[in-house]
Design a protein around this ligand. Sequence first.
Ligand code: PLP
Length: 366
Amino acid sequence: MYYFFTMANLRVPGPTPLLPKVLSSLSQQMISHRGKGYEKVHAEVVSGLQYFYQTKNPIYLLTASGTAGLETAVVNFFSPGDTVVFFTCGEFGNRWSEIARSFKLNVTQVKFDEGTRVRKEVVKKTLSGMKNVAGVFITHNETGTGVLNNIFEITPIVKAHPSKPLLLVDSVSALGGVNLPMDKLGVDVLVSASQKAWMASPGMAMVAVSPYAWEKHQKSTMPRYYFDLTKYEKFAQKNQTPATPAVSVLYSLQSALELMKKEGREKVFKRHIDLRDYFRGEVKKLGLKLVVDDKDASPTVTSIYPPQGVDEKVWRDLLKSKYNQILAGGMGGLKGKIVRVAHMGSAVKSDLEQVLVAFRKSLKEL
Ligand SMILES: Cc1ncc(COP(=O)(O)O)c(C=O)c1O
């Protein structure tokens, strides 16, 4: 059994491990980002992303992390003073609302307890009492707890609001591995990032924009420069970016998307659901308590309480030093209280079997 533990098992919710083919794509020589070679890579990446976003909308490639994608969504479609609503259930929702406050949007934030999902009844009630709502923001997969929000049931409520707000979704830690059909649902702005379920290296934020959001963009007076999508749109016409892109990250994304397409979109989604169900089932058998109910559970990350009397940090340190399992701790109100295990991107059952064997052994020792 110990053969498992000879190599590090990186199970943090991004960056995720790279498959050998993706890893070797990173060793390609640099090319001019104003040449035909680059344009081909760019076009292939955008079309691969569109397949997984299930959209015909343009997807802009920003050399930056996921947080920059969130900022891009805040600064491109609104003007200072606009009223926007955030439905949040954890640290990444909090972060997005902080960005909006920094840019002087008039923010209403409706917070749900960490570990529970945003409830549609509350969305309905909140919006029905508001006028002139310019945007509604929601985190698809709250990575801080491992909650998957149900965008399918929330979208129609937002779309039915008389002020016709934009719906902006952070799917940094789900898209690629979880079904979220942008066009079918009518999501207006959809943000993701390369290092999560896309099983590519960190450094690229990807932002898809609907025609309705583009209309709003043209009226927005928010200050911006690097993240100004007008510039990205102009260069996207040539399959380029306004400034030098992280070419190596695009190589890795191109290669990962090729593998994901080969596996098949539905199969990738099913693999993530199967991994979640398998892992949660086995964790329960060990007598450990899960943070999130089955019905709200994320297909890409699972949070677990340590057994009573066991310090989370001590447990995680032991899992790392003796068993080579690299897991994440809690964030915000759950810092020091939970352990998070990611099963996104290239993850397969044996990755989680390792974690489970390490759990069993380490708990005996503790
Ligand atoms: C849901 C969500 N949003 C935003 C981010 C921020 O992404 P980054 O760390 O790439 O800036 C993360 C990162 O974990 C995330 O999980």
